[in-house]
Design a protein around this ligand. Structure first.
Ligand SMILES: [Zn+2]
Length: 280
């Protein structure tokens, strides 16, 4: 199979990542202003390996991170960043990958390239982990997906080469337990790959709220809800992560943590959002 690669710069020192992002600040701003004029840009999609058009908007979402959608594979900037990080990390197509999403184009695209990929969604605390469930929502008429809870995965310890999730952790109150659980299921040398909205200008993460015993939420910051990917009403955001996330990942048992940056607008990478990679 063709080796996939793009220009991914890895930083083990978060301050160097911050410096790199800051040095791109005016360049990113100028590019954003120019693409905002025409809404699209000609370029080359390295995931499709062909010339393409990148659209700034992805449905109703208009952003460099959630948009820059390739006209052919339909993957966004963030999704291709996840895809290339997985491709950059795994040894071969037989890799055992758990991706904590299953209704998305990213899942279908990864599954085609790596057939041993297992996708899942979080379907509710009452569902049995590791099992398929039928469900529907306002977005999906009928779906059958596996249910997994990131704080209590069904996978055996030391059983996976890669566990990957994208914009999940900020919605998990006990994200430290989630990181420990991701570490547990990986083989030694296996990789956790994930994105979160990352506030690199903040040294410390912000806890935005916590669950009360009665199931309601105690808010410490204005509530934020994001699309949950399965067509629900939106999912509460507990955390705005800052630079201390690096230490928390290590504290969960990982030996090495890096953040990757890919800024190549002609290849549809126009956001400085990072991708984390942690090795067990
Ligand atoms: Zn593409």
């Amino acid at each position: 199979m063709r080796k996939l690669s793009v220009m991914l710069n890895w930083f083990a020192d978060p301050r160097q990542y911050v410096d790199a992002v800051n040095s791109l600040g005016s360049t990113v701003g100028a590019y954003e202003a120019s693409i905002a004029q025409c809404e699209e840009a000609q370029g080359w999609c390295a995931w499709c390996n062909r010339a393409t058009v990148f659209y700034l908007s992805n449905g109703s979402v208009r952003s460099l991170r959630e948009g820059m959608q390739c006209a052919h594979c339909k993957l966004t900037n963030r999704q291709r960043l996840m895809g290339f990080t997985i491709a950059d990390t795994v040894g071969g197509v037989e890799a055992r990958i758990a991706l904590l999403e299953q209704t998305t184009r990213l899942y279908r695209s990864i599954k085609r390239r790596y057939p041993n990929t297992i996708g899942s969604e979080f379907l509710g605390r009452d569902k049995r982990r590791g099992r398929g469930h039928v469900w529907r929502s306002s977005t999906f008429r009928f779906r059958y997906t596996r249910h997994e809870d990131i704080t209590q995965l069904s996978y055996a310890s030391n059983s996976l080469d890669v566990i990957a999730h994208s914009d999940v952790l900020e919605h998990v109150y006990d994200y430290r337990a989630a990181l420990r659980e991701c570490c547990r299921v990986l083989i030694p040398g296996g990789a956790l790959i994930f994105t979160v909205p990352f506030f690199h200008e903040n040294a410390s993460s912000l806890l935005r709220g916590k669950p009360n015993p009665d199931g309601s939420l105690a808010h410490f910051a204005p509530p934020e809800y994001h699309g949950d990917g399965i067509g629900g009403a939106g999912i509460y955001t507990f955390h705005s992560f800052g630079l201390d996330l690096f230490d928390e990942i290590r504290a969960a048992g990982f030996s090495e943590v890096v953040i990757g940056l890919c800024y190549v607008p002609t290849q549809g990478f126009a956001s400085t959002c990072g991708v984390f990679r942690a090795i067990k």
